[in-house]
Design a protein around this ligand. Structure first.
Ligand code: F6P
Length: 358
């Protein structure tokens, strides 16, 4: 039996731990299993760039960050667009799958990658998806692997900033990844004791943010820490159409990112000294945390069981600490966002954390 495997999209911690979970279980369950590892995600499947893996390839990688197969971003919207040499990408992937006589393709990927996984499943391939991303924005699972490890790193960054902010009495903004959603910022912000948390799902009013900082200063607090999601958006901008926003940006000062823009506005409104820190891709690097190692092992072992049971066309996820399988067609194209009414938001607000909205 031949199983194909690939890692697609932005990397994260625990990709290797997940592949190891799948491989160890398969080798343990079957005598005749051969795993084909595609290089750099869907690109490897398109251009038949692959390696026949050995069991030893999966040894010693539980704690290793990144991916032993390499990865690449192959945007879903371009999947139906031929490559520069006129190659039909979807047909090419199907051809590789057929030629290699694969029983199943295991895709470790986030939103876009699972959309492609669903497309291949609809085209008749046996596909199983595994939920990867530090953003935790994949529909159908409570948790994606990589998320908790990234929370740890972003929290460490906020912890480090705390001491220097306290010493100098400064306002610090830590910009946290997360793409269009606020999960990472929300969790790292609470874990790091941020005073203000700005996430895309709750558009902020900069005057309310400035007031929250002034209130802290009046209460004798010498510093404030803001955890700002890279996708944070002001209430004013959120109310504009895409076209209006583009027009507005043409006539506004250019900042390297949202944290710098917010920093400049706060400096003007409060007169306080502002510093911005962007941990950036650090948040995707290094060794997976124990939670992710356990999650990855469980997801990987469950994917292997689904192969044994010939259950295809699903994403393997986790709900209420139980492993679940969710049809890829339900997952494709949906984003799991933070609800502004979620109890975690209410609890944070009760503690006095400002989200810049009231
Ligand atoms: O999806 C993971 C992620 O790290 C996002 O949080 C971030 O917006 C994006 O990838 C960065 O992408 P790239 O690695 O292509 O710069």
């Amino acid at each position: 039996m031949r199983i194909g495997m690939l890692t697609s999209g932005g990397d994260c911690q625990s990709l290797n731990a997940t592949m190891r979970g799948v491989a160890k279980s398969l080798y343990n369950m079957f005598d005749d299993v051969e795993i084909i590892g595609f290089e750099e995600g869907y690109k490897g499947l398109m251009y038949a760039d692959y390696r026949i893996m050995k069991p030893s390839d999966f040894s010693g990688i539980l704690t290793e960050g990144g991916t032993i197969l390499g990865t690449s971003r192959q945007p879903f919207k371009l999947m139906r667009v031929p490559d520069e040499k006129g190659l039909d990408k979807v047909e090419a992937m199907k051809e590789t799958y057929r030629k290699l006589r694969l029983e199943c393709l295991v895709v470790l990927g986030g939103n876009g990658s699972q959309k492609t996984a669903n497309l291949l499943s609809e085209e008749g391939l046996n596909v199983i998806g595994l939920p990867k991303t530090i953003d935790n924005d994949l529909w159908g699972t409570d948790m994606t692997f990589g998320f908790q490890s990234a929370v740890n790193i972003a929290t460490d960054a906020i912890d480090c900033i705390h001491t220097t902010a306290a010493s100098h009495g400064r306002v610090f903004i830590v910009e946290v990844m997360g793409h269009k959603v606020g999960w990472l910022t929300l969790h790292a912000g609470i874990a790091g004791g941020a005073d203000i948390i700005l996430i895309p799902e709750i558009p902020y009013d900069i005057n309310i943010v400035a007031e929250a900082i002034k209130k802290r200063a009046k209460a004798g607090k010498r510093f404030s820490i803001l955890a700002v999601a890279e996708g944070a958006i002001s209430r004013e901008n959120a109310s504009l159409s895409k076209k209006e926003l583009k027009e507005k940006k043409k006539n506004s000062p250019v900042y390297p990112s949202i944290a710098y823009e917010i920093g400049a506005e706060i400096e003007q409104l409060t007169g306080q000294e502002i510093r911005v820190t962007v941990p950036g891709h650090m948040q995707r690097g290094g060794s997976p945390c124990p939670y992710d190692r356990v999650l990855s092992s469980r997801l990987g072992a469950s994917a292997a069981k689904m192969i044994a049971d010939e259950k295809y066309g699903y994403l393997v996820g986790i709900k209420n600490n139980d492993i679940v399988k969710v049809p890829l067609s339900d997952v494709a194209g949906k984003l799991k966002t933070v609800s502004p009414d979620a109890s975690i938001i209410k609890e944070a607000k009760r503690m006095g954390i400002s989200f810049g909205d009231e």
